[in-house]
Design a binder for this molecule. Sequence first.
Ligand code: HEC
Ligand SMILES: [Cu+2]
Length: 344
Amino acid sequence: MGQSLSVLRPAAALALALPSPVNAAQAAEAPLNYFMRSYGPASEPTMYLGWVLAGLSVIIMLIISLLLIVALLRNRPSMDMRMIGPESGGLRWIYIGTGISTFILFGLVIYSLLVLDAVAKPPSTPAITVTVTGYDWWWRIEYEHDDPEQTVTTANELHIPVGEPVLIRLKSADVIHAFWVPTLAGKTQMIPGLINQQWIQADSPGIYAGQCAQFCGAGHARMSLEVVAESAEDFERWRNAQRRPVSSPFRPGSTGEFGQRLFMDRCGGCHAVRGTDAAGRHAPDLTHLNSRRWLAAGLLLNTPEDLMNWIVNAQRLKPGSRMPSIALSETEKSALSTYLSTLD
Ligand code: HEC
Ligand SMILES: [Cu+2]
């Protein structure tokens, strides 16, 4: 099916003279530029469909405007209303118009069905399955493995190897969300109690922006994610690093140890850090917090300053968030910072 559709590609590209998908670096700069660019086979057919639909609509609008202008400007004697009818010949044009519209619309239905078919299944069986669960307002990301020790859990940053399809299982922990990484694939809803599926594939390495596409409450606009597509080796390296639990025994009485105790008391009920007693499931897993680029689903860049800013002001920065703002003394802040800086 992908074969027959590729016939349309050069025609559409020529007709609209739009740039061809090339440089992945630009994807990160113009995240929602999905109308112009596609970086994988799951989004390409829909992009061309978008071009054809937009192009046709513009052409039809121009023709109709032109006909309207001609009709308005034509100098004709005022008409006898009784003349309107089959005898005037007007009916013929109505038949022709209806015929043309029906023909175009029917063609578009068939083309849309072909596109649906082309994106329904990946070209080869995905070797990697990732479960993404939507929460108000962040994403849990889990790489399954038969051996639970090998399972990887992270948040808001989805890593995939370049050039191969990845199966995404979509769940929701609360309300309806929608998983959407526009330059890689169309969007799919995440519905409580159901598991939906979709596949994505990135053909060039890069960072691709994603966004929750179903209104899910006050923080909906602040629910982004990033897809990092990298070479198979880099992906394996990343996944192995993520599998590692923390192994940092702190010297008794040290700042780090104080920070760790503080974390277990104040944060560990919601957050998990594998290898410690913190095993909360209702907030992002923080075992490898420092490996992530963003905090709180794309809200702040992950710097030590903004990390503390987030912890103390979560409610001001993302009103209604399921994380409370946490009051900390200066000593507690520095101990907690020391502890968090070891979560790499
Ligand atoms: C009541 C549960 C709860 C408590 C207690 C809590 N958090 Fe959170 N935390 C959350 C939730 C939920 C999020 C996700 C918020 C969002 O992005 O909308 C979050 C997000 C974060 C993030 C961003 C993680 C990421 O990858 O984006 C950090 C860092 C964090 N919390 C640190 C802490 C620290 C440190 C403490 C203790 C001082 C703490 N949290 C206490 C629930 C909690
Ligand atoms: Cu949403």
